[in-house]
Design a protein around this ligand. Structure first.
Ligand code: SF4
Length: 300
């Protein structure tokens, strides 16, 4: 890849990363506005007024929505015909560093165990990059997530005995959110993964969190569980910001995979009201479309 192409590629990802720290994705903002409009409890209404004012100030000042801009994570669905496959890792790292300096983003990355802050949000294994190959495509579909501290705290993964079934899944989710959810600045986006082991369930839960709000699992039983959990979690009365209110979650998305008959893995990933995520499709000529923020960008 020649130098000019590389600079162009870095700039596209840098601007996309920076944008997602300043503007909520269309689905998250619409979900917040929806539950704010339906809230009747005075303290909760005050909290939503603060959140909406924060969104408008971030937009006006071109500054991140929250001081904790997280640890940057990229999920790259790479077409096998995308011409810059070998360069993606370095480009994403350079883009994360450039976005950190220019936006600016808070430098959060500390090296493993030594806890030395690298000062630029890059480090050993950071930004985190997960690759999936897409046969027959020449595009790079890139999803980005900013994993904040508080919203990452409730994350859990556990392997249940299979006979625990739906009741076991619900108990695990409710206990986790009751004990830890308030740390994650509710109302929450909840991603749940169902699989065989702790690792696959955890990764599926992150993919569930990244799925747009309002979409459902294509498996009817799983889609039904999404609705039941959302109703149950909303009845807890935690939100917003833990001051009590009519709704505690913005979404419950579940990604499920067929599993071993002797195990039922459940993973939970939580996102806060300021869930910063984005999705962009970059073509082989480096032209691109931002999928997640079409409405936000129209109004900026
Ligand atoms: S949980 Fe979210 S809104 Fe709260 S401090 Fe962390 S990143 Fe910010």
């Amino acid at each position: 890849m020649d130098t000019l192409r590389r600079q162009e590629f870095v700039k596209v990802v840098k601007d996309f990363t920076s944008m997602a720290s300043i503007y909520l994705s269309d689905d998250v903002e619409a979900a917040i506005r929806d539950i704010a409009a339906r809230e009747n409890i005075p303290m909760a209404r005050t909290m939503y007024d603060c959140i909406l004012q924060d969104l408008s100030l971030a937009r006006e000042m071109k500054r991140p929505i929250c001081q904790d801009t997280g640890v940057i994570q990229y999920f790259a669905d790479v077409g096998t015909g995308f011409p810059y496959l070998d360069d993606i890792g370095e480009v994403l790292r350079d883009a994360a560093v450039a976005a950190t300096l220019e936006t600016p983003l808070r430098p959060n990355v500390v090296e493993p165990l030594g806890e030395h802050n690298t000062g630029n949000n890059a480090g050993y294994g950071a930004p985190y990059i997960e690759y999936d190959l897409v046969p027959g495509s020449t595009d790079l579909r890139l999803r980005m997530y900013m994993a904040g501290g508080g919203c990452s705290l409730p994350g859990r993964s556990k392997v249940l005995m299979p006979l625990e079934g739906v009741k076991g899944i619900k108990d695990f989710v409710y206990r986790t959110i009751v004990d830890w959810g308030v740390n994650a600045c509710p109302p929450l986006c909840i991603g749940i993964g169902l699989g065989t082991c702790a690792a696959t369930s955890a990764m599926l839960s992150k993919k569930a969190l990244l799925r747009p709000i309002g979409t459902h699992s294509e498996y009817p039983e799983v889609a039904k569980l999404e609705d039941e959990l959302k109703e149950g979690l909303n009845s807890l009365g935690i939100a917003p910001l833990g001051f009590g209110g009519s709704n505690s979650v913005l979404s419950v998305n579940i990604e499920a995979a067929a599993h071993h008959p002797a195990t039922l893995g459940v993973g939970i990933t939580t996102g806060c009201w300021a869930t910063r995520k984005g999705e962009i499709v970059i073509h082989k000529d480096l032209s691109y479309e931002i999928i997640s923020h079409a409405h936000a960008l129209e109004n900026c």
